[in-house]
Write a protein that binds this ligand. Structure first.
Ligand SMILES: Nc1ncnc2c1ncn2[C@@H]1O[C@H](COP(=O)(O)OP(=O)(O)OP(=O)(O)O)[C@@H](O)[C@H]1O
Ligand SMILES: [Mg+2]
Length: 340
């Protein structure tokens, strides 16, 4: 099977391009933050990779880090960025640098947490230099608290010529949902932050993938609809289904069993009486959106969002928007932020 190229996501790519253009032209004195959320396998990493490839002018610096899901350590994101990089020219205390890079020979912690945070910010500043830079954060939901704190600082750091591109699964998928909710809220709350919640592929997009796989022959609508339904439009699930059964023709995609680990599990119902609209607004809060961002995403006025939010706070017994988002996560509420 030939590899499939990215379908859809034109709007998301365009928005990332715009954010990069603003950073690259030096229009803004502060970093620009873009947060991409979405379910496992929905295509966050592919979108980030495609955007990076297309950025013009080319970024002078790209710093990429991802969480090590099984063994998270403090400042994992920075350690990943520093891994394999020549840091001998950086004006930083070598023992602190060794510690931040998690080198096995690093001395035991000698620095206070606040000092380490400042050193971590300075490390990134030195690496970014005159920029313009792209800071890529993969899998924020799996990052350690120190990294999350560092990202919050970087997002608000004055005079940092960088575009911060963050990808995260929803907080419910995180080891520490509370931390993810707070980190998303902090990043999305930065002035000018752009956030995108990736929706599953539409039927038309699934058809496009299938057409690529079958060498330009578009399968019958019934096949497309069945594949869309079986995979929920999730590109990862679709890719796995194709890898398992594409060889036996489009019929195989419809009738062969789905691999066990891909069978979707329904979420538990909520135990507070929320209206459909309130659940949508709650989804926006979980995704870290401001009232203004939620209003735009849902196509309603900011004032209406405010009313929904206050009802939500009352019904969920929450004192703040962050608490309401946590409530949704703890109750595994099937909240999905709207597209856009
Ligand atoms: N828009 C798309 N068109 C075609 N294929 C896609 C698309 N988006 C994702 N894929 C494919 O689906 C798979 C999963 O995508 P990706 O790794 O980007 O998901 P993700 O959201 O980063 O998942 P995770 O939460 O696990 O990190 C990859 O094989 C990718 O190539
Ligand atoms: Mg990914």
């Amino acid at each position: 099977m030939m590899p499939v190229s990215m379908v859809g996501r034109a709007g998301e790519l365009a928005e990332l391009d715009r954010a990069w253009a603003a950073v690259a032209s030096g229009q803004r004195p502060a970093p620009t933050v873009t947060v991409i959320t979405g379910d496992a396998g929905v295509g966050k990493s592919l979108l980030v990779a495609a955007a990076l490839e297309g950025f013009t002018p080319r970024p002078a610096v790209v710093l990429t880090g991802a969480a090590r899901v099984h063994d998270p350590a403090p400042y994992d994101w920075l350690a990943a960025v520093l891994s394999g990089r020549d840091t001998s020219g950086l004006d930083l205390p070598p023992d602190a640098l060794a510690w931040l890079a998690q080198q096995p020979t690093a001395p035991r912690e000698r620095y206070a947490p606040g000092t380490l945070l400042r050193l971590a910010v300075r490390t990134v500043r030195l690496l970014v230099g005159a920029g313009p830079a792209v800071l890529v954060v993969e899998d924020l939901h799996a990052l350690d608290p120190a990294s999350l704190n560092l990202l919050g600082e970087l997002a608000a750091a004055p005079e940092l010529p960088a575009l911060l591109v963050v990808a995260s699964r929803p907080p419910a998928d995180a080891v520490a949902p509370d931390l993810t909710v707070r980190a998303l809220a902090r990043l999305c709350g930065v002035r000018g932050a752009v956030r995108q919640h990736l929706a599953p592929l539409t039927a038309a997009e699934v058809a496009e993938v299938l057409t690529q796989v079958y060498d330009g022959t578009r399968p019958a609508e019934a096949v497309v609809a069945a594949v869309r339904r079986r995979t929920g439009g999730n590109p990862y699930v679709l890719t796995e289904l194709l890898a398992a059964h594409a060889g036996s023709g489009p019929d195989g995609l419809v009738h062969e069993p789905l691999p066990e680990h891909l069978v979707p599990r329904p979420a538990a119902p909520p135990d507070a009486e929320l209206t459909g609209r309130e659940i949508e607004v709650l989804g926006c809060l979980v995704a870290g959106m401001s009232n203004k961002q939620a209003a735009r995403a849902l196509g309603i006025s900011v004032r209406t969002v405010t009313v929904h939010v206050s009802n939500l706070l009352r019904k969920t017994g929450s004192a703040s928007r962050t608490e309401a988002a946590l409530w949704a996560v703890r109750h595994r509420l099937p909240v999905a932020a709207p597209h856009g």
